[in-house]
Every structure is written in C-alpha cells, then in structure tokens.
Design a protein around this ligand. Structure first.
Ligand code: PLP
Length: 443
C-alpha cells in the first residue's frame, strides 16, 4: 500500500550530484532503512540495489554497528588526531593491513574517498621528493575515472562533466590513459573482457612523451565504478604494473568501491593478482554508517618519508584531518570487520557473483541494450540513449525501477547494480528481473 507523502519544504537543500530541478518535480525521500531495504515517504519498500552508494554491503541498521558506535560515544567521543590517537585506531590500522596485499603495511586515515585520493597523491609526490626526485610531480589518471571531488581527484579523474566547470583549478602536469571500454570488441563480456590488454601500452607512450623522471604516479580504479562498471581487460592491470615498476612510477589503486569484498576478494588487487604501491579505500570500511576513508601505503614509502623528516621532534608529512582516525568511525569499522569475519561476507559475495552474472546476462537481446558488464557483486547495463537527450532513458529506467520496488544507480545512460552481500539469491534475481522490466517500460 502506498500513500501520498506529507509535503516538505525542499527549498533550502542543494542536493549533491543530483539534477536538482528534475528532483523537485520527482522527489525521492527516504524515511528508513533496514537490512537490504529502504522505505520511502510513499510507504514503498525498495530493495537497495546499489548498497547505498556502493557503501553498505552489510545492509542497514545492523545492531552490532550501532552498539559499537554507542559504546564508543560513551567511552570517548573524540580524540585529537594530531600528536595522539586512541588505541583502537592503531588496532584498526593493523587489521586493515592484515587484510591487504603483503607489503602495504601502513594506513593513513581520512574521512572520505576524495580526501583519501588527494592524500595518496600527496604521499606520492612527497615520497619522490625525499628520494631526491623532486621532478617527479606529474600524475597519470585515466579517461572516465572517478576519484572523488578534491582538486587532485578531479585532475586525475576522467569524467568530463566533473572537470569542465573547474578547469582553472586543475593540478598542472596531469595526463590520462585511454579508458578500456570498446563496445565493438567487448560488448556483453562476462567478467573480464579478453580484448584490450594492449591499451596499457599507452602508458609507455605517455612515459616517452613526458619522460619517466617527471611522473610521480599512475592512479586507477581496478574496475571503473562510477562511470558504469568498466571491467579491466585480462592482463591490462598486470601490464600497467610492469610499466610502472620499470620506470619507477608509483601505482595507486583507488579501491573506494572495489575494496572490502565487492569483487569477491578483500581488494581488487587480490582479485586481479596485481599489487599496487598504495590502495585508497573508503565506503564499505564503515558500511557507510559514518564517514571514513584511508590510504594503505607500502612500508618503504612510509620509511622514506620518515627518513626525510629531519630532527625527530619535527613533523615528517604535513598533512592530516581533524577527524583522521576519529574514534567513532574507528569503532564502526572494527564492528564492520568483525561482521565481515563472523558472517563470512566476502564468501557470501562470492557465492552471489554467478547469480548476478547469470541474471544480468539473461537480459541480453532486450531492445535498446547496448552492453551488459559484470564482475564480483557489481554489474551494469548500458542503454541506447534517447536521441539528443543524454541520460533521459536511464532516468526513466530509474523511475520504473522505483515503481517496481528496487533502487539502482544511473550515470548517463548506464544503470549500475551492486546489491548488499547479505542479499539472498532470490533478491538478486528479483532486482535484475525488475531492472529488465523497467528497461522495457522505458523503451
Ligand atoms: N574514488 C572512487 C573510486 C569512488 O567511487 C568515489 C566515490 O564514489 C570516490 C573516490 C570519492 O569518495 P567520496 O565520495 O567518499 O569522497
């Protein structure tokens, strides 16, 4: 049973990453969330097909996270982040290091993915500088990449809409690899496309153009999430790793979406068997309950920066946030990692992966579908746009999905799904079947 919502004054709130004018005509107001469902102000129960914004793999309102937060609030609600830390912040860093690929054994905490990206870029530049390579300041990103909204993140990012209004703010000296999506070669691939590893050779061209001694780091999402789940071609990330190593360039994986189980492994680095020099994480570390991000860093990078710090009473790295390692998100993150262990969540995601894959690829043949992509517990369908009206088709699908009781994420004319790891197989199948019907509705 749905009901007419109570009118609310929406005039003051400027919604982020939202077409605000459209929203005011078609508002979406959520009232509560429990398990794998949201409940909106029409009284509708909506399956959370994207785990919040990829950040809530455990579903919503798990009492174990709430209890940990409440307990921490009563014990110590804040601890200055500079010159001191809570004990649990140290133990959280150690736990994250244990989950990470070998060699990544330091953690720098931030409050968001965007801050973590900019932190990683600063660490890369700082590292080369203390190594005596102060000319290595150039960053290489990739077309269609999303690395958040900090100045560093939009500079290395490759989604044009995020960049064009702010051109005057861009970091100098950034270049971009081509993205790897090529529908004529890889449309409807299951998992990793077999075509496209050669696109990594573009890095050699960029290195030759700029000279390796000017390049600090390459930053990549192992799977490009926000632009519509672009899965790396087989062998591509391995080649990128080899080229970076050959030229002394640091490789940063932005695993804000792919970290903590989304690819049926702790990190994308594990899934693809490629170890970067830094991993940026956020989102699932606290299940989205409270903000936190961070950077996992190779131990010797940290050691170099410490070595370059001068006298011992002096700060080695002039960077950090008032809320770095804040005790409340730290408590939430400990609870989340406890639940990952006790409820075997990475394996639950792994068990759901083929169910999502089969359900998604069963949509092949529907009119208006240009591509279906998937890996881990993430997937996307790409739609033929309405001529001259980019994004309109996907918006119609989103509305039709909501009518059918599921939430999905749209970007341009791509629809992404990433259900919670606590979903049942039937819920994953229902999500995709509702999506398929919504695509029909929108044609
Ligand atoms: N990096 C990636 C790969 C992301 O997907 C996101 C957010 O979706 C970010 C960075 C930015 O994270 P935040 O929104 O927490 O700043």
């Amino acid at each position: 049973m749905t009901s007419n919502p109570k009118p609310i004054d929406m005039s003051a709130y400027w919604l982020p990453y939202t077409p605000n004018r459209y929203f005011h005509q078609h508002p979406k107001v959520m009232k509560s969330a429990k398990g794998a469902y949201y409940f909106d102000d029409h009284g509708r129960k909506l399956f959370d097909g994207l785990s919040g914004l990829w950040c809530s793999p455990l579903g919503h309102a798990d009492p174990r996270i709430g209890a940990a937060i409440a307990k921490q609030y009563d014990t110590m609600d804040y601890c200055p982040a500079f010159q001191m830390a809570s004990e649990a912040t140290f133990t959280l860093a150690s736990r994250i290091v244990k989950l990470a690929p070998a060699g990544l054994d330091k953690v720098f905490f931030t409050n968001s993915g965007s801050e973590a990206v900019d932190t990683a870029l600063k660490i890369a530049i700082g590292y080369h500088r203390v190594q005596g390579n102060a000319s290595r300041i150039r960053m290489i990103g990739r077309e269609r990449a999303y690395h958040g909204v900090g100045i560093g993140g939009i500079s290395v990012g490759g989604i044009v809409a995020n960049r064009k209004m702010f051109a005057s703010m861009m970091m100098p000296g950034v270049d971009h690899l081509p993205h790897t999506l090529n529908l004529s070669q890889m449309a409807f691939s299951k998992g990793q496309p077999t075509w496209g590893a050669h696109l990594a050779d573009e890095l050699e061209r960029i290195v030759a153009l700029h000279d390796a001694n000017t390049i600090a780091a390459v930053i990549l999402e192992p799977v490009q999430g926000s632009t519509g789940v672009l899965v790396p071609p087989l062998g591509y990330l391995q080649k990128i790793r080899e080229i970076c190593t050959k030229h002394g360039i640091l490789l940063i994986f932005d695993e804000v979406i792919t970290g903590f189980g989304r690819l049926s492994a702790n990190f994308g680095a594990d899934r693809f068997g490629v170890t970067p020099d830094m991993i940026v994480f956020a989102k699932a570390i606290t299940n989205g309950v409270i903000p936190m991000g961070g950077v996992l860093v190779r131990g010797d990078i940290y050691d170099s920066i410490m070595g370059g710090g001068g006298q011992e009473q002096l700060i080695e790295f002039f960077h950090g946030y008032t809320y770095s390692g804040h005790p409340i998100p730290v408590a939430a993150a400990h609870a989340v990692l406890d639940i990952f262990e006790s409820d075997d969540l990475v394996n639950r995601a792994k068990a759901l992966e083929p169910i999502l894959e089969n359900a998604l690829h069963a949509l092949k043949g529907k009119s208006g579908l240009l591509d279906i992509r998937n890996i881990g517990l993430s997937g996307a369908v790409e739609l033929e746009p309405v001529p001259g009206k980019p994004g309109l088709r996907a918006m119609k699908v989103l509305e039709a999905c909501i009518e059918r009781g599921v939430l999905v994420r749209i970007s341009n004319d791509t629809i992404a799904v990433g259900p919670p790891f606590i979903s049942t197989p039937a819920e994953v199948e229902n999500l995709i079947s509702a999506l398929g019907d919504a695509v029909d509705d929108a044609m």
